[in-house]
Ligand binder design. Structure first.
Ligand code: F6R
Length: 267
């Protein structure tokens, strides 16, 4: 896709389509920069009345351990500011792992139970780390993993230092949904932009399924869509084939507001 805006529109079409077919839809939310355009596009559609998310429930992918929910860089704060408020979601229906819990293990277990209690995630929005992580499942995470505490890699802490006053302020640990948890979402939509994501995108889409690239788990998912800009797609060997497949989709598989340039890893 030529721009992040085009990608955001295509991803918003996917979310809108899922929401239209569920009475109480359940969204899975990533934080970070990659989905911000999507959230802005969804907010625009909500404001214009084209999209209604009234009864939507949502579960964030992850949270830093040791930050209270009111810390400005906690994912609870980020989700509130980037998603809950602009999309007009009911805050009581939006869940973020409790990174300040005394019993982190119990909080992880409770989080898994509340996802299951909601009937599972209908559409999980994902970004990808430069080391191939999804959620905060760093390389060598088990494909069977569930919500748990993880140690962030030095690379991830350095990448996320831009959100904090100083690099040392980035927490060392997080709670993240596991790869097994993420894989149970009925649909996955992953967004990536920029040349710094090209290696990870190539490993995810065209590399071997390997715990060294946790995002390669998407290859095993029956309904995963990868939406990338030209820079993030620049390492893909078969990009002309992906464009050909997209251009030749049967009409009933095409998204409603069509952008002509996204690549899809389809079932
Ligand atoms: C955060 C998350 C991470 C990010 C990834 C990319 O909730 O799930 O996997 O998606 O670190 O971050 P950005 O989008 O900031 O490049």
């Amino acid at each position: 896709m030529p721009s992040a805006k085009d990608g955001a529109r295509v991803a918003a079409d996917v979310v809108a389509d899922v929401v239209a077919h569920r009475s109480c839809p359940v969204l899975g939310l990533a934080t970070g920069s990659s989905p911000l355009g999507l959230y802005a596009e969804l907010a625009r559609r909500c404001r214009s009345g084209a999209l209604h998310l009234g009864s939507t429930r949502a579960f964030a992918l992850d949270e830093y351990v040791g930050l209270r929910p009111d810390h400005p860089q906690s994912y609870a704060s980020v989700i509130r500011d980037a998603v809950v408020v602009p999309l007009g979601l009911d805050p009581d229906l939006v869940h973020v792992p409790d990174g300040s819990a005394d019993d982190v293990v119990g909080a992880c277990r409770a989080y898994e139970q509340s996802i299951q209690g909601a009937g599972g995630v209908d559409v999980q929005i994902l970004g990808i780390g430069v080391n191939g992580h999804i959620g905060f499942n760093e390389p060598t995470s088990s494909f069977a993993s569930r919500t748990r505490i993880k140690t962030l890699s030095p690379q991830t802490r350095a990448d996320n230092a831009r959100f904090f006053d100083k690099p040392g302020d980035v927490p060392e640990h997080c709670i993240t949904q596991g790869l097994g948890t993420i894989a149970e979402a009925r649909r996955l939509v992953l967004l990536a932009q920029g040349a710094h994501k090209a290696r990870a995108v190539t490993a995810m889409v065209e590399g071997p399924v390997s715990a060294m690239c946790p995002a390669s788990a998407l290859q095993m998912h029956p309904y995963a869509t990868v939406i990338v800009d030209e820079l993030a797609a620049s390492g893909l060997t078969l990009s002309s084939y992906y464009n050909y497949v997209y251009e030749h989709k049967p009409p009933w598989q095409r998204p409603s507001s069509t952008s002509q340039h996204h690549s899809e890893v389809s079932p």
